[in-house]
Design a protein around this ligand. Structure first.
Ligand code: FAD
Length: 458
C-alpha cells in the first residue's frame, strides 16, 4: 500500500488530526538517542486502547510495520522505524488512571512522563522507585519496554521489579491483560516476558506499577579520589560490609570536567573519580551508617568526603550526575553509550581495559556509571560526520561489550539491545538461546509487524 493510501485509511480510523505525515514530521519521529535514522510512512497519535487496536489490526492486515514510541530517548536505536510503516506515539495517552495508595498501586497510560508521575505521587507521600537519569522526559511505556534502570536500582531493582501488570495490544489488534494488582496471577508470567521486550512482542496501553511510602530520611555523600582504583575498592568494601545504599554512582575525570564545564558545581578538575553515595530509609541509625561509609572511604585513601547538609546541597550533587550525559554530549558532536554490566569486583579491571580500547582506537571515553551494580556507561566521544572515526567507534563499542562479557558480565544493563547491540548477542547467548527467543517472537507476532530489526533482527 502506498504512503498516501496508508495515511488516508488511518485518517478514517483515528481522525485526520491524529495522523502526521509531512516530510519534517517523518524526520522528527525517525530518530532516537542512538545513531540510526529512518523515516516512517506516517505517525499516529492514539487517544485510547481502541485506537491502538484498530490501527494495529489495519497494519497487520496490510503487512505494514508498527513501531511504538515514547519520548525517543532510548540509546539503542529501539524506536527507529527501520522498515518505514507506522510510528505510534503515545503523547496523548499520558494520564494517571488510578492511584490506589491503600494497595500501593498506580495505573498509568504509557505516554506518562516518569518524573511527572513521581511528582504527583510525592503529593500523596508515595514513591515509584526506578529513576532513569532521563526521567524528566522518558515515558513509562518506554521504561517498560526497555526494562529501564537508574541509580536507585542498586537497592530497589529495575523496572520489571515494579511492574505488576499491563494491558497489551497484540500484533493482530487483540487486547489482553497480563498480571494485575495482585503479586501473582495464574498461567505464564507474561508480564515478565513483555517488560524489556522493546516493543517487539506487544504494545502496552496501560501499566500497573508498585508504589511505596516515601522514605523517612535520606543522606547523600560525595567522595573524591585520586585514583579510579580507590573509588572502585570503596564500592566493593561498602557492599562487602553488608551496607546497601540506595545509590553508588561513579564518574571519572573526563566526566567531572564535562560536568564542571556545564554546571560549575565546584568539583575538583584534577580528581580521578568521584563517588555519589546515597542512603535512604529510617532516620534512626542513618548517621551511624553514614559515618561508617565515610570511614570506608578514608580507608581507601579518599581525598575528601562530605555529606550534603540540606536538600539544596543534595540537589546540587545530583544535578551533576543527572546531567552528566548532556554535559559529556557538549564535548563532541556525538557519543555512544556502551552500557555493559560486570560483576562489581571486576569494575577496576574492566575500566582499565576500556581505557586501553580508547587508546587503541584513538578515541576519548568518559565513564559515568552505576558502580554499585557494576553497570558501566563508557561514553565514546566522536563526530559522526567523520566516517573513519565512526567506524572506529563501532569497533571500540563492540570490543568494550566483549570485555564486559569476558569478565563474567553482559552486554546490557538497562538500555536494551535495540538495533545497536544485535551483533553482540552471541557474546552472551548461544544459538540455541537465541532460537528459543525467536520462537517467542513468532508466537506473539507471526507476521513480524512489530518493531523489526531489533534485538536479533527479523
Ligand atoms: C541523557 C539520557 C539518560 C538516560 N539515562 C538512563 C538511565 O539512567 N537508565 C536507563 O535505563 N535508561 C536511561 N536512558 C535511556 C532511555 O531514557 C530509556 O531507555 C527510556 O526508558 C526510554 O523511554 P522513552 O519514553 O524515551 O522510550 P522510546 O525511546 O521512545 O522507546 C524505547 C523503546 O520502547 C518501545 N516502546 C515505547 N512505548 C511503548 C509502548 N507503549 N509499548 C511497547 N513498546 C513501547 C519503543 O518501541 C522502543 O523500542 C537515558 C537516555 C538519555 C538520553
Amino acid at each position: 500500500m502506498d504512503q498516501a493510501k496508508i495515511v488516508e485509511e488511518l485518517s478514517k480510523i483515528v481522525g485526520k488530526e491524529n495522523v502526521l505525515a509531512s516530510e519534517m514530521q517523518k524526520k522528527l519521529y525517525g530518530y532516537d538517542a542512538y545513531l540510526h535514522r529512518a523515516d516512517p510512512d506516517c505517525i499516529v497519535l492514539p487517544s485510547s486502547t481502541e485506537d491502538v487496536s484498530r490501527v494495529v489490526a489495519f497494519a497487520n492486515k496490510n503487512g505494514i510495520r508498527v513501531v511504538a514510541r515514547g519520548a525517543g530517548t532510548n540509546l539503542s536505536g529501539g524506536s527507529v522505524p527501520s522498515q518505514g510503516g507506522i510510528v505510534l506515539t503515545f503523547s496523548r495517552m499520558n494520564n494517571i488512571l488510578e492511584i490506589d495508595t491503600e494497595n500501593q498501586r498506580v495505573i498509568v497510560e504509557p505516554g506518562m512522563v516518569t518524573l511527572d508521575m513521581k511528582n504527583v505521587l510525592a503529593g500523596y507521600g508515595y514513591i515509584y522507585q526506578p529513576d532513569p537519569a532521563s526521567e524528566k522526559v522518558s515515558t513509562l511505556g518506554g521504561n517498560f519496554a526497555e526494562n529501564s534502570g537508574g541509580p536507585r536500582c542498586l537497592k530497589y531493582g529495575v523496572t520489571t521489579n515494579h511492574v505488576l501488570g499491563a494491558e497489551v495490544v497484540l500484533s493482530n489488534g487483540d487486547v489482553i491483560q497480563v498480571g494485575g494488582k495482585a503479586l501473582d496471577t495464574p498461567g505464564y508470567d507474561l508480564t515478565g516476558l513483555l517488560v524489556g521486550s522493546e516493543g517487539t512482542l506487544g504494545i502496552v496501553t496501560k501499566i500497573t506499577l508498585r508504589i511505596v511510602p516515601k522514605e523517612e530520611a535520606v543522606k547523600t555523600m560525595l567522595a573524591i579520589y585520586n585514583t579510579l582504583e580507590d573509588g572502585g575498592h570503596t564500592v566493593s568494601d561498602i557492599i562487602a560490609e553488608g551496607i546497601l545504599p540506595a545509590t553508588l554512582e561513579m564518574m571519572d575525570n573526563l566526566t567531572i570536567k564535562a560536568i564542571e564545564g556545564s554546571f560549575n558545581l565546584g568539583l575538583p578538575l584534577d580528581a580521578a573519580a568521584i563517588l555519589l553515595i546515597e542512603l535512604d530509609g529510617l532516620k534512626d541509625g542513618m548517621e551511624r551508617l553514614a559515618e561508617r561509609i565515610m570511614e570506608i572511604c578514608r580507608k581507601n585513601n579518599v581525598r575528601e568526603v562530605k555529606a550534603a547538609k540540606n536538600e539544596a546541597e543534595r540537589e546540587n550533587l545530583w544535578a551533576g550526575r543527572k546531567g552528566a550525559f548532556g554535559a559529556v554530549g557538549k564535548l563532541r558532536p556525538n557519543y555512544l553509550v556502551c552500557d555493559g554490566t560486570v560483576p562489581r569486583t571486576a569494575l577496576t579491571a574492566v575500566l582499565t581495559k576500556i581505557m586501553e580500547v580508547g587508546k587503541k582506537y584513538n578515541l576519548s571515553i568518559a565513564n559515568v556509571f552505576h558502580a554499585g551494580d557494576g553497570n558501566m556507561h563508557p561514553l565514546i566521544l566522536f563526530d559522526e560526520r567523520d566516517a573513519d572515526e565512526l567506524k572506529r567507534v563501532h569497533e571500540a563499542g563492540m570490543e568494550i561489550l566483549k570485555v564486559c562479557a569476558d569478565h563474567g558480565g553482559t552486554i546490557s544493563g538497562e538500555h536494551g539491545i535495540g538495533a545497536a547491540k544485535m551483533d553482540a548477542m552471541p557474546f552472551v547467548l548461544s544459538p540455541v538461546d537465541i532460537a528459543a527467543m525467536k520462537r517467542v517472537k513468532t508466537a506473539f507476532d507471526p507476521e513480524g509487524i512489530y518493531n523489526p530489526d531489533k534485538i536479533f533482527g527479523n
